[in-house]
Ligand binder design. Structure first.
Ligand code: SAH
Length: 219
């Protein structure tokens, strides 16, 4: 991916470096992830009126009552996803504005992304194409079913929270593959990393988080 950047003021490279150094201070240690955050222009993914806040470490609205995740959470989830053994094919559920998709796409071979709200998917696809990101496949649908035609995946990253882990997603992982997912009822979710092993799923909790709920059906 070749993301050239000519922003100024609040969207300048200096503003982005400040965000990256803050993420490093908060414990993001994977330099490849920090590089990806530095190089993906987050202000392109939010409304022009909010562009000046794009490099603050906050969640922002992206329309249709959805939000772009806080950069720290994007970095934390990405770091968990790309840890050794580095995945090559990753399924993402909840494309939203496409920002997390762009960060992931700069680190893995191919991203398969599913979004239930068609207008968000269309906008995300347009933005990513404009940025020259060409290693992403898009699907409009209910991501709780995963993407059976393209399984198995080395990793699955979910950016909307179901009350419980959807079994079907875990079944689409290769052996040793990882599922990074917020789980729980609204307001009190845990960000979890599941690894598929021969004897089932092993589980780690890495943060307390607040995500929009994973909904059934199409929007
Ligand atoms: N990673 C996104 C975060 C978007 S918020 C970003 O960087 O912008 C979560 C997204 O998950 C929303 O766009 C919501 O519409 C979507 N979503 C919720 N339930 C879903 C489901 N069952 N299947 C696919 N997408 C879903």
């Amino acid at each position: 991916m070749n993301l050239t950047f000519e922003g100024s003021g609040m969207t300048s490279m200096r503003t982005r470096r400040r965000l990256v150094s803050r993420l490093r201070d908060e414990g993001i240690a994977d330099e490849s992830v920090l590089d990806a955050i530095l190089n993906v222009p987050r202000h392109i993914f939010v409304d022009e009126a909010l562009a000046s806040r794009a490099y603050d470490n906050i969640a922002l609205p992206i329309g249709m009552r959805q939000t772009i995740s806080q950069p720290f959470i994007v970095a934390l989830m990405t770091q968990a996803m790309v840890a050794e053994p580095t995945p090559s094919r990753v399924l993402e559920i909840g494309t939203g504005c496409g920002y997390q998709t762009a960060v992931l796409a700069s680190l893995v071979t191919h991203v398969y992304t599913v979004e239930r709200i068609e207008v968000l998917l269309t906008r995300a696809r347009r933005r990513l194409c404009a940025l020259g990101v060409d290693n992403v496949s898009y699907r409009h649908g209910d991501g709780s079913a995963g993407w059976p035609e393209c399984e198995p995946f080395d990793g699955v990253l979910v950016t909307a929270a179901p009350p419980r882990v959807p079994e079907r997603l875990a079944r689409q992982l290769v052996m040793g593959g990882r599922l990074v997912i917020p789980v729980g009822d609204s307001g009190r979710q845990r960000l979890k990393v599941f690894t598929r092993t021969v004897s089932g799923l092993s589980e780690d909790t890495i943060a307390d988080v607040s995500f929009v709920p994973m909904l059934r059906g199409m929007g």
